[in-house]
Design a protein. Structure first.
Length: 690
C-alpha cells in the first residue's frame, strides 16, 4: 500500500515532456491564419457609420443634459427615495418572511382566531342550540320568534354563518368544514395564531361549543389614533334665585369618570377636562349616611351645610341619599345575567379582554346557586357562547370565559339584540334580568342610527331587562356611548382599569349594582331667595332635567341600588355677600320674607322597581349641625374635580388645600379609597406643574 501511494505522489509531481512536433504544427497553423486575415479585401469601417450618439461617453453626455430639466430631476429624486426606502426596509421584510416570524407568539401578543367579518346588513348568523338568528342592520328590526328559529334547517343557512352547538362538544377539521364530534367531553383548545397575513377557509374553535367555518382576511393593522370621546357638557353656571329658584336633576351612581381620571394620572398624564364628571368622582366613595327605616321609603336623605373650602363668602349644601340594604337571606331575587362581551380586535390588549376575564371570574364567587349566567360574545357577528347556566356550575362558566379571544370588527348592535333576547328567555316571574356589557366602547359596526339604539334599549328597560356597562382599556374608549347606553338601560356605567377596581365594582358593590330598590329617582330643590341669592350645582351637567320633568312619570331618570349612596353639592351665596357674581336688577322686586329660616325645600321622586307611578318625599333644608368627615371629604373631591377642569370658581385655592382637606377628612377609610384619592391629588399637582 505504501509503494502505491509513493508512486501516485511521484506521478502527480511529474510534468509532461513537450512534443516538439506538435508545438511546431500549432505555430505554423497560427501564422497561416494571421496571413490570410491580413489579406482581406473588406474595407475598414469608418466611425461615421456608427449610429448617432453611440458610445459610452456620448451616452453619459446625453444623460447629464437630460437631468438638467426639472421634471427629470423630480423623477430621479423620487426613484432615489424609493430605492433608499427599499434598502432600509428590506431587512425587516426579510424578518417577516423568515420562518421565525411564523412561529406562534406568546399569549399576550397572539391574534385570536378571527371572527366573522360583517359583509352586509342581510347577513344571517345561525346561533346554537335554539338556532338563534340575530337581527342585523337597524336594531329596531325584530328578532324571529323562538319557534320560527327552531324550524330553520342547516341547509338554509348561508355559507359564512356562525353556528353554535351543545356546550362541551368538540370539533375537528375535515375537508375544510366543521364536523361535530359529540362523543368528546371537553372542547378543543384554541389554536395559536401568528401576526402574519392569512387568507383561506379555516375552522377555528372560538369558544366552548362554538365553531365558525369562515373565509377571512386577517391583517395586522397599525394602531388606530386616540379616538376617545367623553359624555360631557359645559359646567353648571351660577343661577340667580329670584330668576330661577328651582333646580332639577336625575341622580347618578356611576363611577366611570373617577376610574378614567385615575388611569390617566397613573399613566403620567392629566386627564382631559371633558373626562371629568364631578358627581361621579364624589359618588365613587362610600359614605356613612343614616340608613332608612325598614318599613319606610327605600332610601333616606341627609342635608348638611358647611363653609365652602375655596370661598369663605359662600356655603356648601351637602345632600346625601342612603339606599336600604336588605338582609342577607332575602337581599334580592334570583338574578338572570347575560354577559355581553366585546371580542373585537381592539380588545386584545392586556388591560382589556384578559382583565375582563379576571374581573368576571371574581364576580362568580359572589353569585348564588339560584342565579343564572349566559354569555354572548360579539365582534364581526354575535354568538351565544354559553347557554343559560346555573351560577354554581363555575367550571362551565370559567371555561367559556377563558376560551374567548379577540379578533374582528365590532357589531355592537347585533350583540345587544341577541343579549336582550337571551335575557328575555331566561326571565321568570319575580326575577331580575340584566345585561352586563363589557367593552372598550368601540362600536364601529352595526349601529345605523344611535337614536334607534337608545329607543331599543329603553323599550327593553320598560319590559324589565336592565343594562349595565363596564369599560375596559384606553385609546378608543367611547365613554359617551357607554354613558348613553347605561342611562337609557336604567343601569350603571363603571370603568375597570385594575383588578382592584373589579373587586370594588363586581364584588363589594355587586348587590347594589344589580339589585335596584328605586327607579327614576329625581331631585328638585327650590331655593329660598331670602337666604340664597345665587346657587350653583356642582356636577350633574349630563343629568340635568327641566323643571316640568320632575312631575312627569314618563321621563326616565337614574336608579338607586341596594345599599348605595348618592351625594350632591350646591354652592350657595347669601344676599349681600361680597361673593355675589350678579348685580341686582333695577326693577327686581324684593323677595318676601316667607319661611326665612329655610335655605330651600328638597323634593325627591322615585318609583318602586317595576312600577309606573312615582312616590314623593319632601324635606325642608335648614342650616343646622356641624359637617362630618363625609361632607368634608366630598367637598375636597369636588374641589379636586374643579381643579382638573380648570374651573374659575375655585379662585386661588389649589392642590395643597385640596390635599390637606382630604387628608384630614379620610376618616376610617376601610379599603383605602380615600388615601388613594390623596395620592392622585399629589400626582395631579406634580403633573400640572410641568
Amino acid at each position: 500500500m505504501t509503494d502505491d501511494l509513493d508512486a501516485l505522489k511521484a506521478a502527480l509531481k511529474a510534468s509532461p515532456v513537450p512534443d516538439p512536433d506538435a508545438k511546431a504544427a500549432s505555430l505554423s497553423l497560427a501564422m497561416e491564419n494571421f496571413d490570410r486575415l491580413q489579406g482581406s479585401t473588406d474595407g475598414s469601417r469608418l466611425s461615421q457609420d456608427r449610429p448617432n450618439g453611440a458610445g459610452f461617453l456620448n451616452g453619459v453626455r446625453r444623460m447629464l443634459k437630460t437631468l438638467n430639466t426639472r421634471p427629470a430631476l423630480a423623477a430621479t429624486t423620487s426613484v432615489a427615495a424609493l430605492m433608499i426606502g427599499l434598502f432600509v426596509a428590506w431587512p425587516h421584510l426579510q424578518v417577516l418572511r423568515s420562518p421565525e416570524a411564523e412561529k406562534p407568539k406568546p399569549l399576550t401578543e397572539e391574534i385570536a382566531p378571527p371572527v366573522l367579518q360583517k359583509e352586509s346588513k342581510d347577513q344571517v348568523v345561525d346561533l346554537g342550540r335554539a338556532e338563534r338568528t340575530v337581527a342585523t342592520g337597524s336594531v329596531s328590526q325584530p328578532l324571529a320568534p323562538a319557534e320560527d328559529r327552531a324550524a330553520k334547517s342547516d341547509a338554509t343557512a348561508p355559507a359564512n354563518s356562525l353556528t353554535l352547538a351543545e356546550p362541551g362538544a368538540n370539533y375537528s377539521e375535515h375537508d375544510k368544514s366543521a364536523q361535530l364530534s359529540p362523543n368528546v367531553a371537553s372542547p378543543a383548545p384554541l389554536p395559536k395564531r401568528s401576526t402574519a397575513q392569512v387568507a383561506g377557509t379555516l375552522t377555528d374553535t372560538l369558544s366552548s361549543g362554538l365553531a365558525a367555518p369562515v373565509t377571512i382576511d386577517e391583517t395586522m393593522a397599525l394602531p388606530d389614533p386616540n379616538t376617545e370621546a367623553f359624555s360631557t357638557a359645559a359646567a353648571n353656571p351660577v343661577h340667580v334665585t329670584a330668576e330661577e329658584p328651582v333646580s332639577t336633576f336625575s341622580v347618578d351612581v356611576d363611577t366611570a369618570s373617577y376610574s378614567i381620571i385615575r388611569s390617566s394620572l397613573n399613566a403620567g398624564q392629566l386627564p382631559p377636562p371633558e373626562a371629568v364628571r364631578i358627581e361621579e368622582m364624589i359618588n365613587y366613595f362610600p359614605y356613612s349616611y343614616p340608613a332608612p327605616a325598614a318599613d319606610g321609603a327605600p332610601f333616606t336623605n341627609t342635608v348638611t351645610v358647611m363653609a365652602t373650602p375655596w370661598n369663605p363668602n359662600t356655603r356648601l349644601v351637602h345632600i346625601g341619599l342612603q339606599g336600604r340594604l336588605p338582609a342577607t337571606e332575602d337581599r334580592r331575587a334570583p338574578l338572570n345575567l347575560v354577559f355581553l362581551i366585546d371580542t373585537s380586535g381592539s380588545m386584545e390588549d392586556a388591560n382589556k379582554l384578559p382583565l375582563l376575564k379576571q374581573s368576571f371570574a371574581l364576580m362568580l364567587g359572589k353569585l348564588r346557586p339560584q342565579d343564572r349566567v349566559a354569555i354572548v360574545a360579539y365582534a364581526g357577528s354575535a354568538g351565544e357562547v354559553l347557554a343559560p347556566t346555573a351560577a354554581s356550575d363555575r367550571g362551565a362558566i370559567l371555561n367559556a370565559l377563558n376560551n374567548l379571544a379577540a379578533g374582528g370588527s365590532t357589531a355592537g348592535a347585533q350583540g345587544l339584540a341577541l343579549a336582550y333576547q337571551v335575557a328575555g328567555e331566561m326571565a321568570e316571574t319575580g326575577e331580575v334580568s340584566r345585561v352586563i356589557l363589557a367593552t372598550d366602547g368601540d362600536f364601529n359596526v352595526g349601529i345605523d342610527n344611535p337614536d334607534d339604539l337608545k329607543t331599543y334599549i329603553a323599550t327593553q328597560r320598560d319590559h324589565g331587562t336592565y343594562l349595565s356597562v363596564l369599560g375596559f382599556g384606553r385609546g378608543n374608549l367611547d365613554d359617551a356611548t357607554m354613558q348613553a347606553l347605561a342611562q337609557n338601560g336604567n343601569g350603571t356605567a363603571a370603568y375597570i382599569d385594575t383588578l382592584a377596581e373589579a373587586q370594588k365594582v363586581l364584588v363589594d358593590q355587586l348587590t347594589g349594582a344589580l339589585s335596584p330598590i328605586a327607579d327614576d329617582v329625581k331631585i328638585q330643590v327650590e331655593w329660598n331667595p331670602v337666604q340664597v341669592a345665587e346657587y350653583r350645582l356642582i356636577g350633574y351637567e349630563t343629568r340635568a332635567l327641566r323643571r316640568e320633568d320632575f312631575n312627569n312619570d314618563r321621563i326616565d331618570a337614574g336608579e338607586i341600588g341596594a345599599g348605595l349612596q348618592v351625594t350632591a353639592l350646591y354652592e350657595v351665596t347669601a344676599p349681600g355677600s361680597p361673593a355675589l357674581l350678579n348685580d341686582p336688577l333695577r326693577y327686581d322686586a324684593a323677595p318676601e320674607a316667607g319661611a326665612s329660616g329655610e335655605l330651600g325645600f328638597l323634593r325627591l321622586r322615585y318609583k318602586q322597581p317595576g312600577q309606573t307611578t312615582s312616590n314623593l318625599i319632601e324635606t325642608p333644608m335648614t342650616a343646622v349641625g356641624e359637617p362630618g368627615t363625609d361632607a368634608q371629604f366630598a367637598a375636597a373631591i369636588a374641589g379636586f374635580g374643579q381643579l382638573l377642569q380648570h374651573s374659575t370658581y375655585v379662585g386661588t385655592w389649589g392642590y395643597d388645600q385640596a390635599i390637606d382637606l382630604a387628608t384630614t377628612a379620610k376618616g376610617q377609610d376601610e379599603f383605602g379609597y380615600r388615601a388613594e384619592a390623596v395620592t392622585l391629588m399629589r400626582l395631579a399637582q406634580s403633573l400640572s406643574a410641568q
